[in-house]
Design a protein around this ligand. Structure first.
Ligand code: C5P
Length: 308
């Protein structure tokens, strides 16, 4: 075929954010809760692609237009309008680009949505974070991740951790981040029973907001044994209130704990998605397949390498 080359398409993965442990340690004057949480990313993901618009597509009235198209198994639950977190993230990067004297080119974004919506694994936040990383690259801004995390915070407390996208400990409401080494390989299953849980309702149902912080994770990333031992001594403080809001979460946890090879099962974030660490990948895949027969969304994989 002859003619102009296809404009290049750039792609960024938006992995699930998994809170291995989450302690609620206090509350700020504005009502936001102080957290101490250990986070890894992976197992399942959305993806964002960016295609610079061709000359003929550019609208002179709106030259920096960012279009959004939705694809994927969970696309139907979302709206591609201006309130979509992906477009809100794009506007924040665009403002930063202009502040720095850049002239960002118009792009068409596609969000390929595979993570369940409002499910405690940071789907929307991870999409927004991936958009920030992607447009930072496409527009040649070269902003460090710390700056992207700062820009992103107004979009949600989970944004900074999702911008980093690697193993980390987050404190404050999520803005204070300590990066950790890559975790040891963790064969894992994610299960979501299809109930969207509203985060504010879960925080409201908390009985205690002044719990102690996490045990020191330094050294616990040496091997899976040490990490599971550390996690067993930690909790997700949102798990009990989330089960009161959506009792099916208790059924998911019981089913995961009963699956052969399960070493630890816990809810992520404010739910309803739960994760479990398995003895090996084959056991994780068997458990995911078995639990999917109950009509639940499941994913299996090995967490342990940085998504880059
Ligand atoms: O930050 P995000 O938009 O995910 O938070 C949704 C809601 O969850 C907030 O409006 C707040 O009610 C509650 N929240 C909280 N403390 C946090 C994070 C969220 O109370 N650290």
């Amino acid at each position: 075929m002859t003619g102009a080359p296809e404009p290049s398409v750039d792609r960024e993965t938006a992995p699930a954010k998994i809170n291995l442990a989450l302690h609620v340690t206090g509350r700020r004057a504005d009502g936001y809760h102080l957290l101490d949480t250990l986070v890894v990313h992976g197992v399942a993901a959305d993806a964002i692609t960016a295609r610079p618009l061709a000359e003929a597509e550019i609208d002179t009235a709106d030259p920096v237009r960012v279009d959004l198209e939705l694809t994927g198994s969970f696309a139907a639950g979302l709206d591609a309008g201006p309130d979509n977190l992906v477009l809100r993230a794009a506007r924040l990067v665009e403002a930063e680009a202009r502040r720095l004297g850049h002239r960002p080119c118009p792009v068409a974004l596609t969000l390929d949505k595979h993570l369940p919506i409002a499910s405690g694994i940071g789907g929307g936040s991870s999409d927004a974070a991936a958009t920030l990383r992607l447009l930072n690259r496409v527009w040649g801004l070269d902003l460090p991740r710390d700056r992207l995390a700062e820009i992103a915070l107004p979009l949600g407390a989970d944004l900074p951790m999702c911008v980093h996208g690697t193993a980390l400990r987050a404190r404050g409401i999520g803005e204070t981040i300590d990066l950790l080494p890559d975790p040891p390989p963790l064969p894992m299953v994610l299960v979501n029973p299809g109930v969207a849980v509203a985060t504010p309702a879960v925080f409201r149902a908390l009985e205690r907001r002044d719990n102690p912080g996490l045990p020191d994770p330094t050294g616990a990333f040496a091997d899976a044994e040490a990490l599971v031992a550390l996690l067993a001594a930690a909790r997700n403080d949102l798990e009990a209130p989330a089960i009161r809001v959506a009792p099916v979460i208790g059924d998911v946890l019981a089913a995961l704990r009963a699956a052969p090879g399960c070493r630890l099962a816990r809810m992520s974030g404010s739910g309803a998605t739960c994760f479990a660490i398995f003895a090996d990948e084959a056991a994780a895949r068997r458990a995911a397949a078995a639990l999917a027969t109950r009509g639940w969304w499941t994913a299996a994989g090995v967490v342990g390498a940085s998504p880059g």
